[in-house]
Design a protein around this ligand. Structure first.
Ligand code: BDR
Ligand code: CA
Length: 303
């Protein structure tokens, strides 16, 4: 089994990633920390708590950064709905929402583990950057960071920038300069990992979890010809079935100002960074295998 921590901003595709992490027996989800992103952090924290409760799971939730490090916050409620997880009734709103304990809880959880842990950010990297800056000794206890975000091609926020990196480019820069092993799961694969209409129809028939996912997916305003992109789910798919992905090592620099702010620039020529690399970048995916894999994951879910 693989021990992981998810740092997330649910978010419809985040919710699907959390659902896989909670229910797959090969994954031990030690902690969910939350960050402002798709919606504000009070909402992403509540959404994480709702999912834990929905699946009767025993996973602690820690509330994290309300704002990016430097850049003013802009949400993506137009894509994920006002609540971040619309279209399904999760029952009464959670109370006792944890506030501002993510960095501390991340640090304690990682250090308490004997073996290094895999960190899986699927929102902007504000908490992760604060953790690395405030507690550099944590680095030796992180096996790798499997991060959704970035693109070595087109962006989805601007032509240059992907949403998670665009939201907090300064945090992304800290992560990419940290020396921690990184797998970049960016738009280069996530825009190919589209759930087809056929897959969506199948999922809806798969019990209460399938019904819930089907309901929130139908409110996802990121439709594309061929299906809906399951960005964040690719982090779990990569961990559980890496053979679906093709990766290439590159040095990734993050643009932190100007019109290309939030762009992740791969040193494709290799010359600028003398062939040094800081990330294993996912460059291609078998989309049919991804659809089949996701259906199998939903079949494993219990609520
Ligand atoms: C990323 O942006 C968010 O809206 C999604 O949840 C995903 O993490 C994709 O660019
Ligand atoms: Ca996300």
């Amino acid at each position: 089994t693989t021990k992981i921590i998810m740092d997330t901003d649910p978010g419809i595709d985040d919710a699907a990633a959390i659902a896989v992490a909670i229910n797959n027996p090969e994954i031990e989800l030690e902690l969910i920390s939350t960050v402002a992103g798709n919606v504000t952090v009070d909402k992403t924290t509540k959404n994480a708590m709702k999912l834990v409760k929905f699946f009767n799971a025993n996973v602690p939730v820690a509330g994290g950064a309300e704002q990016p490090l430097i850049k003013p916050f802009e949400d993506a409620a137009r894509v994920h709905g006002e609540s971040g997880m619309p279209g399904y009734d999760f029952g009464p709103e959670p109370t006792d929402i944890p506030v501002n304990n993510a960095v501390d809880t991340l640090y304690k959880t990682i250090m308490a583990n004997e073996e290094p842990i895999v960190l899986v950010p699927t929102g902007s990297y504000t908490n992760v950057a604060l953790l690395l800056k405030e507690h550099p000794d944590v680095k030796s206890k992180i096996e790798k960071v499997v991060a959704m975000g970035g693109s070595i091609g087109m962006g989805n926020m601007t032509s240059a920038a992907e949403f998670n990196v665009f939201t907090d480019p300064h945090a992304a820069e800290i992560l990419y300069k940290s020396g921690v092993p990184i797998v970049m799961v960016g738009l280069d694969v996530t825009m190919k990992a589209l759930l087809t209409q056929k897959t969506l129809d199948t999922i809806k028939t798969l019990g209460k979890p399938g019904e819930m996912l089907g309901a929130i997916f139908s409110h996802y305003y990121e439709g594309h010809e061929g299906g809906i992109p399951m960005h964040d789910v690719n982090t779990l798919a990569y961990l559980l079935k890496p053979e679906m992905y093709q990766t290439t090592p590159y040095w990734i620099d993050v643009v932190t100002e100007g019109p290309a702010i939030g762009e992740t620039v791969a040193d494709i020529r290799g010359a600028y960074h003398n062939e040094k690399t800081n990330a294993e970048v996912c460059v291609n995916i078998d989309a049919d295998a991804f659809n089949e894999w996701f259906i199998d994951e939903v079949k494993k879910m219990k609520a």
